[in-house]
Design a protein around this ligand. Sequence first.
Ligand code: URA
Length: 427
Amino acid sequence: MNPVWIIAKKRDGEALSDAEIGHFIAGYAAGSIPDYQMSALAMAIYLQGMTTDETASLTDHMLASGARFEWPGSNVPKVDKHSTGGIGDKVSLLLAPMLACCDLHVPMISGRGLGATGGTLDKLDAIPGFRTDLSMEEMQSVTDSVGCVISGATEGLVPADRKLYALRDVTATVPSIPLITGSIMSKKLAEGLDALVLDVKFGSGAFMKTEALARELAESLVNTGKRMGVATTALLTDMNQPLGRMVGNAVEVDETLAALEGNGPDDLMECTLALCAELLVATQRASTLEDAKTKLQQTIHSGAALEKLSEMVAAQGGDLAASRKVAPASDVFAPAAGYIASIDAERLGEAVIAMRGGRQQMGDALDYSTGFEMVVRLGDRVEAGQPVARLFAPQDVAQAGREKLLAAIVLSDEPPPVGPLIVDRIE
Ligand code: URA
């Protein structure tokens, strides 16, 4: 099969066969198809799109480029969640132990933050001693013994995605629904899952800025998951303000612990319970979403989920009881009176980057102690001089963080309309 014919076929808007996609992806992963031909095909896919069959083939062949988890001898269902990323999104830290308390196993492969959205692994790195570089064998062993694990992708998992994602980044082909679907789903399906839930976010702090685009991505992800034999559902959730109050690394771990002690903010709990409930129903651990939520709340009230998180942290070398440094606090005040009309959540992410809590470039070292607490939400009324946020930052970066934070908040004379957090469920 000639790669040039395959590129030309896609360029002209024709659907590729499974064999053609397989030939291309295997050749690219093995190095026999060069970057320039893969770039041309990625651009053709970006411009022409892919059918559901083509997207499933792409995912399948990307998955086949590397190792995948197998779970012989374990009959506990394997489940996971993927979020397209947001500001203050610490759901994974709650969800993994809560599900592990409901007789499910969660072998979660997670990522670091790049750009404005934070990464789960960076938050976990704020815990002294915690290891996010487990081998596949170590991940398997922690999953079997504790019930949940959160670690980074190993070299052997979906190498085609690692290569292709880096190429897409420099060829303006990241925002393509089939390419995003192949990338996300190949990594999640490599975990050997029975059920998957997707949190597809839209809004100022999300990868997908509009609800329509998020819906399109959610439908593509769900269709692909189902075609590959994994029970998959998605929630469309609003990311026009941070999830919970805390944004940063150590402070998000603190908020997670408070939430597992029963003191979580309403929006964080609503999102976490809804995502977890999808997986309990998909694996017949509960008969309805409401029944699932009651069971999940029990894991918090009994203290079992908090205990499970400590177990997971200890199994990964960390010490949850060791103190985590938080930078000196100072208040940020409203410059005028009004209603909180909009929050540019991406700018809030940039505020964390300005305080060294996020990366400007891959490989940048982080200061886990920085971040902020939002003390207002969309629609709240504030008076001039009233605190809108609490900043945690060393003196040399506090001003930069404060300026970005204030620039993100728009005040109005009239109360704005505020929509629901979870706008739809795609199955
Ligand atoms: N996240 C991924 O893992 N892949 C993409 O292509 C986009 C977001």
